[in-house]
Write a protein that binds this ligand. Structure first.
Ligand code: HPA
Ligand code: ZN
Length: 326
């Protein structure tokens, strides 16, 4: 038993989790066989050996490649159910789950297949795993604004399943402003809004996500530290950051976990949460992440409890506009 296993039961919400990033090599091979898809890797070991990333793009290349095994409703249900079981075992009680429909539509997999497949697992998650869920549809920022608008249109008949919209994929060169129109349309449909910003992109993208897209949370947001006035604003407006420390190490946004600025971000008074991002690729689920930051950064148990409490405060579990004083 590891020293920190005692924290696994600490109830946590996970707010930054790409469901396609929970595809473990074993499941990838099982789905490949089931669907007659050939993967360019001999076995799970060879695939795992490919998990050495230089940056966000080198990860995304593999992340999109492996999605080829996801074809049917049952595949998406199996994927989400496997994540929910693992998350529940690590103390996750609520999960707000990203998915990337454009990556599936481009392969000829229908929106209906993706959403209804995921929903098979999400709709029974409280009963089966004790985990409540929300679904957040992400737009790929390296695709066009028109493609994002078409994707929102394709989701119109599924909005009873979808709580909000997000923005992910390759960040640099794709500023939030590119997606002004689709976020306006999403807001008009009553969808909540989040966006990845300040992972590899500059602090200006964080401000733009707030000002132009109306983002209620910033996914990653790490690079806010380069702009003290922005940090002050994020503190004042109680904007949650969904940090992913293991992801930052694997994608080389930070040199080592011991160098992660999480303590500085907490000391600045920011509303930080800790999440797993793409746990099959980055070496840990959310409980593992709590363990790792505690060990590497020497966070006190009070700090870890604060992070867990923040995860619920920053969630869309109930309308939190009032509580956050906005
Ligand atoms: N950043 C951007 N896009 C992504 C990520 C991420 O960490 N994970 C999956 N898509
Ligand atoms: Zn992410």
């Amino acid at each position: 038993k590891r020293p920190y296993d005692a924290l696994m039961p600490l109830p946590k919400a996970e707010l930054h989790l790409h469901i396609e990033g929970t595809l473990e090599p074993e499941l990838a091979f099982r789905l490949a066989e089931r669907n007659g898809v050939r993967l360019p890797y001999a076995d799970t070991e060879e695939l795992r050996a490919a998990y050495r990333f230089e940056d966000l793009q080198s990860f995304l290349d593999l992340y999109y490649e492996l999605m080829a095994v996801l074809r049917t409703e049952r595949d998406f249900a199996d994927l989400a159910d496997a994540y929910l079981a693992r998350a529940a075992a690590q103390g996750v009680r609520h999960a707000e789950i990203f998915f990337d429909p454009q990556a599936h539509l481009a392969r000829g997999v229908a929106m209906d297949t993706v959403v209804e497949g995921l929903w098979r697992a999400l709709g029974s998650s409280e009963r089966n795993h004790g985990v409540s869920t929300r679904l957040i549809m992400c737009f790929l920022r390296d695709e066009s604004a028109e493609s994002a608008l078409r994707t929102l249109e394709a989701a119109r008949s599924h909005l009873d399943r979808i709580t909000g919209v997000g923005l992910d994929s390759a960040e640099v060169g794709h500023p939030p402003v590119k997606f002004r129109a689709v976020y306006e349309a999403a807001a008009a449909l009553g969808l909540r809004r989040v966006a990845h910003a300040g992972e590899e992109g500059p602090p200006e993208y964080i401000a733009e996500a707030l000002d132009v897209l109306g983002a209620e949370r910033i996914d990653h947001g790490l690079r806010c530290l380069e702009d003290p006035a922005l940090v002050e604003r994020l503190v004042r407006e109680r904007i949650p950051l969904t940090l992913c420390p293991l992801s930052n190490v694997r994608l080389r946004a930070v040199d080592a976990l011991t160098e992660h600025p999480l303590p500085a971000l907490l000391d600045a008074g920011l509303m930080c949460t800790v999440n797993s991002d793409d746990p099959a690729y980055f070496g840990g689920y959310v409980g593992d992440t709590f363990d790792a930051v505690r060990e590497a950064l020497g966070l006190t148990e009070d700090r870890l409890r604060e992070l867990a409490r923040n995860s619920f405060l920053a969630s869309f579990l109930e309308d939190d506009e009032e509580r956050r004083g906005r």
